[in-house]
Ligand binder design. Structure first.
Ligand SMILES: [Zn+2]
Length: 67
């Protein structure tokens, strides 16, 4: 009985940490990114892919595991 409860608790914690990580990545995605080359505002092309309006360079940022 006690063992079962511990296992269940661990499972819930694991699930929460994964959700927290996902939320962290999501919030990073929503933040405005700046061009690493000229520091101007960039436009979001796709998940984690940004393009600079000023110099036209594309770069990836904010995504550690794409799924
Ligand atoms: Zn730029």
């Amino acid at each position: 009985m006690a063992k079962k409860l511990i296992e269940r608790g661990f499972g819930a914690r694991y699930g929460k940490s994964v959700r927290d990580k996902y939320a962290e990545v999501e919030s990073r995605q929503r933040k405005k990114q700046k061009c690493p080359f000229c520091k101007k505002t960039v436009k979001k092309l796709a998940k984690g892919i940004w393009q600079c309006k000023s110099c036209g360079k594309k770069f990836a940022s904010g995504v550690y595991c794409a799924s």
